[in-house]
Design a binder for this molecule. Sequence first.
Ligand code: PA5
Length: 423
Amino acid sequence: MSLNLKFDYTHISSFVNDDIINQLQPEVDTAHEMLSNKTGKGSDFLGWLDLPFNSDAIVSEVIEVADRIKDKADTLVCVGIGGSYLGAKAVIEALQPKKGVEIVYAGHNIDSTSLSRLLKTLKDRKYCVNVISKSGTTLEPAVTFRIIKDNMKKKARKRIVATTDKAEGALKRMADAEGYKTFIIPDDVGGRFSVLTPVGLLPIAAAGVDIQALMQGAKDCAEAISQPDLSTNPSYRYAAIRSALYRAGTRIEILANFNPALHYISEWWKQLYGESEGKENKGLFPASVDFTTDLHSLGQYIQEGQRLIMETFLLVEKSKKQIQVPPDKNNYDGLNYLAGKSMDEINDNAYQGTALAHKDGGVPNMAIIMPELNAYNLGQLIYFFEKAVAISGYLLGVNPFDQPGVEAYKNNMFSLLGKPKAK
Ligand code: PA5
């Protein structure tokens, strides 16, 4: 199966040449074997690799439940944090679907102002709630869910769907006791790799996105990048280039889009890459910018600040709506040289100009290009990034599937809050 995504790394060669990248092939082969044979670090958490191939039954069930939500509600409140909301939000914001319910998000902070605003909005809505937590014990969504539930009439609680672990955690116990419809997060899929499980699929389907197309995209990508050869596998080449640049002193990777709809794809990507690689005092720091907006702020630093940065552009070739610049007989603004050009064409020139300027300023950059924004291509993109970070993490020598660092703040917070010790 072919990949719809294109990968352009022309602007890398003046920083690390093809020979240096190709020399990583033996290490990439080893990483690939560790992943395929489940012999590497974190091998209990490789279930995401197979999701596009073994999820037909769950996808059908998710669609049924999403249809019921669409029948009875106008809003779905998604309560979750980190991997339990970013994937869904990334896909929904990118596609802005029209055929489903409005998805609103809660439980990804501890801010009473935004929650009280949400509770006020919900008074006038017919809403369902999807509470999502793999551990079932994360404080932010748990507290938020308690407050939302407290605001619901008892009989409205049949509008709650819980997505959680099959056996463990307070949320599972509550769901069983109170009789919520439940979806299971597979044991072998970590939070940041869970967008293609019901964690992401239910909100995405309820929002009106074709999740079968999303899964098909992921499946076709999985097949297209199944071999480790760096000359034919762009996901692995992306991983190898990141690794070569990291070894040469790069410390920050910026994911840069030219379409604001991709803002939350970057947020999802930052969690995926930051939690997978940022450990043992290693890893590229994943940052993001929305261009051309941020060319008028962070653009200055990227062009001329400390040379620790590489950039990955995330591009869309064709927008859903085409707008052309009209001619103007007076031409006071001097823009008649653009008359008849589409915004896409101007945006593409902005990208080309930026990529060249940043390369000339000492920022290696490459581009991942989607022909257009649709569920199928996003499925490909998700799988492309997931597989790349797994290989990249192994090249770095870390376990890409754990996140021990997220416990530190929790331990301090719980002790400050006086949480009773587990018996
Ligand atoms: O990637 C991860 O595992 C984390 O970021 C989790 O997604 C996040 O902490 C939420 O955890 P949970 O789903 O257990 O509430």
